[in-house]
Design a protein around this ligand. Structure first.
Ligand SMILES: O=C([O-])CC(=O)C(=O)O
Length: 169
């Protein structure tokens, strides 16, 4: 299964099932969207202070997937704002997890989208058409591969391999 809905199993229940065979993202990312429980197969972007690939991807059909953006933790600019996030909602993405910043926080809070990021800053990124899609990436404490399954809720973020996720009901 690489697209479609997966059950939004509570992250604590996933720990109880998989223990440390699951991967856990370290604390630091917080919720910015109106949806705080979301799950789905992962698509990845690796970029640095350039949200070209983020904008492009979130304008394509999401099919219930979660975009994981490895922005190397930069706090100097935002990799997503309300326009790009609204396009993600329109295109059926379940969520966006950004190791980096967002902006337009007031509007993001109204959107039917899971959004976790490090923080917010008014400064936008500079689009130079750079960034990689569908490569292994890093979130704090966890490597993430395209096709992994991500589960997010108020407690945090858990990643499972497709094989681990296949057994979930
Ligand atoms: O355009 C950007 O770089 C981010 C932004 O402000 C938006 O998504 O509305």
């Amino acid at each position: 299964m690489t697209t479609g809905k997966v059950p939004p199993v509570a992250t604590c229940d996933l720990f109880d099932t998989f223990k440390d065979a699951a991967r856990f993202v370290l604390p630091g990312l917080r919720d910015f969207g109106a949806v705080t429980r979301f799950a789905g197969p992962v698509v990845t972007v690796k970029c640095f202070e350039d949200n070209s690939r983020v904008k492009e991807l979130l304008a394509t059909p999401g099919q219930g997937r979660v975009l994981v953006v490895d922005g190397a933790g930069s706090l100097r600019c935002a990799l997503m704002g309300d326009m790009i996030a609204a396009s993600a909602v329109k295109n059926g993405w379940a969520g966006v997890v950004i190791w980096g910043c967002v902006r337009d926080v007031g509007e993001l809070a109204t959107l039917n989208l899971g959004i976790k990021a490090l923080g917010s800053i008014p400064r936008a990124s500079t689009r130079r058409d750079q960034g990689l899609v569908d490569v292994p990436v890093e979130l704090p404490g966890a490597m993430v591969k395209p096709g992994d399954f991500l589960f997010a809720d108020e407690d945090g973020i858990v990643l499972l391999t497709p094989e681990q996720a296949a057994g979930l009901k």
